[in-house]
Design a protein around this ligand. Sequence first.
Ligand code: PHE
Length: 437
Amino acid sequence: MWCTRYAHFCKETLRTCRTASSVANVNKNINELVLLGQKYVTDDWTNITPNVISKLGRNLHVKQYHPLWLLRQRIVDYFYKQFPGKSGTPAFSIHDNICPVVTTSQNFDSLLVPKDHPSRRKSDCYFVNQDTLLRAHATAHQAELISMGLNNFLVIGDVYRRDEVDSTHYPVFHQVDAVRLCTLQEIFHDVNDPAGLKLFEHSGTETADKQGCHTLEAVKMMEQELKSTLIGLAQTVFGKDVQCRWVDQYFPFTHPSWELEILFNDKWLEIVGCGVMRQEILQKSGAVDRIGWAFGLGLERLAMRLYSIPNIRLFWSEDISFLNQFKVDDHNAHIQYKPISIYPPCTNDISFWLPEDGSYFPNDFYDLVREIGGDMVDQIILKDEYVHPQTKRMSHCYSIVYRHMERTLTQREVGEVHRKVARVTDAKLNVTVRIQK
Ligand code: PHE
């Protein structure tokens, strides 16, 4: 979101989540929305959907024996072992209960995300109103936790992004973010004669290797610790022989920045984004004598490979035949998910003329289909784009693959949903539906 694929991503104390059974409530008349027990005013930025709202408070990452919980336990164990604190208590603290409703200043401004950065677009995030959204990354809490005086912490939670629809993307997923801040003494504790070493230099310039204010020696020490920590994590999760490579990356909140990729079934898969934290974030949060590294990783992406889970929607399943496969005494146990059976897909097409004023965004269509079809929708594929030779109007043709995780769908019930998709698309998206079959 921050980097390659997209061009778009109250100073309050951190609120924690309520695990309420009824988490949301829309009152159309007074333009307000209740999320996790808190009221919010809605406005013309509001694009949060009932399907997404229904996921608030599910907190899969804290549900004992859930595959996302098993994986997070492995990651937490690794950090506890790798970074023992002074008096035997772990150096890293864990924050897995922070409310996912955040301000734009938490999600973007506190992380130096430019005002015109593509990740801020309405088409990429779920907004509650103009100033409030469902966090698009766990990094949203970094500056506040540093302001509270923390130096080593992990933030684990649900994050929300408007995105494509396929077997590996879902509007809600889970991230683990880490921050580690070090003083001069901590970085160079192994050096015999540290007298001439510094963290900062004053008239430095920014290069590909470092920020202007940092010394190259301090950055290299941080880079080394960050990279060996993440390679160690990849080996702990995927085994000693996992093949890894580093790719340079860009994030507004770190420099230099990298992505770690692992070789999985002959394909390179990016698993974590990371870098040396922008010093301005530390300065504004009161950590002026420290330098930091940070990373963020997506749990579903790793868990799907680790446990051979073929579809991201399965994580939301409450079917005991799914959940029971992960009930193990030891969270390090080797588990391979066995599909109970594979239900056939049922594919239907829809095509429509786009409005000429540029007001059509595919993500609006994807959300609408998800709203209507729920978890019956497996994939939405843009099959064809066509420009009419005379009128120059553009048309999009999509294949919607309907497939249930737990049973076989009939063409009759799919047909009903598909006709509703066509009707609502035509009515709500300012498009003209041409064919639906
Ligand atoms: N927040 C980034 C993302 O969601 C990941 C990241 C975290 C990168 C911290 C660098 C530092 O893609």
